[in-house]
Design a protein around this ligand. Structure first.
Ligand SMILES: *Cc1c(COP(=O)(O)O)cnc(C)c1O
Length: 412
């Protein structure tokens, strides 16, 4: 049986045509619509090959050299490679690559450092915090006492004075910095200083920017945070999964918080795919990619501003941006629906300081496809056309199809 990606569809086509249809339809959707979901990317064929490999069959509770199952000596090599590559890529003393997702990485970080009922200071959810930063619908909000800081109404930037004041008033056990929608660099040195002042741990949830960090297109939280949580599937362009980086002093606590405290067996196929992605991310080509992602996001932000969208913070330092389509006379939800009909896929987001919904978009995927700043200007125009032209979705759809046809995510 072949273990490569493309033939996997052929195997399925014979054995399970119904599911094969789903794979083919999704591949078609991804290559014929415009992917602007800020958290998404196109993993390489090498990453997909590792994911679709027989490593998926292996049970491997524990860590390399100390497993609870027999026959782990080969998958141990894959995990050791992933750990060593992650440490080298991010300059971290310790890396745990077993977290099944970004959320599980955050859960493990809390489990390592906190006890239920502890106070945690994090970006409030209406201001761009993640579910794991204190949502009442999530374990974090149920088990910990979260206090939320915010962004300033005028600038859209993190309110440092408020962070410091809340830290002094609440003496949190941990401070979390990280966001699902913040378009600017976070000042990790500032957060470190506040954490030191109040004796708190600093947890950087770098799920979004970690790929830019790998490509040296964004500052690294590693020198500042006690623990860095991340995903491997956003700008980093690896398999869907999580990762934790920390100093040697916390290594054992983090490892035990991942397994056995919050997870069982490691997913060795995913860990192998993470190793592949870390090696890819260490190349000059990836650094060039990461810088292009940012240049594209800046070009897209400028194009959207020129079309009349209210771009939060006036632009971006990263791969993502948020904007309010209200000046065009359309609310976020309606805009997303109209854009979907035109083949443009993106998310709604909460906009701080108001009830309105905005749009969140990112350039990681389109940059992997090979698009540059010229295409971003085109996309800015398509977004305005799509948002405004309720009756003309067909015309916009045709232009989108034509644009993406020139940039196949998986050529050949
Ligand atoms: C994406 C994200 C996560 C969660 O990642 P999942 O893999 O979806 O669980 C956590 N924190 C932040 C800030 C994120 O952006």
């Amino acid at each position: 049986m072949s273990v490569t990606h493309a033939p996997a569809v052929d195997v399925l086509r014979h054995q399970d045509p119904e599911l094969a249809e789903v794979l083919l339809a999704e591949r078609h959707r991804q290559s014929t619509t415009l992917q602007l979901v800020a958290a998404e990317n196109f993993a390489s064929p090498a990453v997909l090959a590792a994911l679709g490999s027989p490593l998926a069959n292996k049970y491997a509770e524990g860590y390399p050299g100390a497993r609870h199952h027999g026959g782990c000596e080969i998958v141990d090599v894959a995990e050791t490679l992933a750990v060593e590559r992650a440490r080298a890529l991010f300059g971290a003393e310790h890396a745990n690559v077993q977290s099944h997702s970004g959320s599980s990485a955050v859960l493990a970080a809390y489990a390592a450092l906190l006890r239920p009922g502890d106070t945690v200071l994090a970006l409030g959810l209406p201001h761009g915090g993640h579910l794991t930063h204190g949502s009442p619908a999530n374990f974090s909000g149920r088990w910990f006492d979260f206090v939320g800081y915010g962004v300033e109404a005028e600038s859209g930037l993190v309110d440092h004075d408020q962070v410091r004041a809340l830290a002094r008033a609440h003496r949190p056990k941990a401070i979390v910095c990280g966001s699902i929608a913040y378009p600017r660099h976070l000042d990790y040195a500032f957060f470190r200083e506040v954490a030191d002042e109040v004796g708190a741990y600093l947890i950087a949830d770098a799920a979004h920017p970690i790929g830019l960090v790998a490509g040296k297109a964004a500052p690294s939280p590693v020198p500042y945070a006690d623990v860095v949580c991340a995903t491997t599937h956003k700008v980093l362009r690896g398999p869907r999964g999580g990762m934790i980086l920390c100093g040697s002093g916390l290594a054992e606590r983090i490892d035990r918080a991942v397994f056995p405290f919050t997870q069982g067996g490691a997913q060795m196929h995913t860990i192998a795919a993470k190793a592949v992605a870390f090696a890819e991310a260490a190349t000059p080509a990836f650094a060039a990619y990461a810088h292009q992602v940012v240049a594209n996001a800046r070009a897209l932000a400028a194009a959207l501003a020129a079309e009349g969208f209210a771009v939060t913070t006036g632009g971006t330092d990263t791969h993502l941006l948020t904007c309010d389509p209200a000046p065009l006379g359309v609310d976020g939800r309606t805009a997303r629906g109209r854009l979907a009909a035109a083949g443009i896929v993106l998310d709604c987001c909460v906009l701080p300081h108001g009830d309105a919904r905005g749009l969140r978009l990112g350039t990681a995927a389109v940059t992997t496809q090979g698009m540059g700043e010229g295409e971003m200007r085109t996309i800015g125009g398509l977004l305005a056309q799509g948002v405004l032209g309720a009756g003309e979705a067909g015309a916009t759809r045709a232009r989108v199809r034509e644009l993406v046809a020139g940039f196949p995510p998986y050529p050949g």
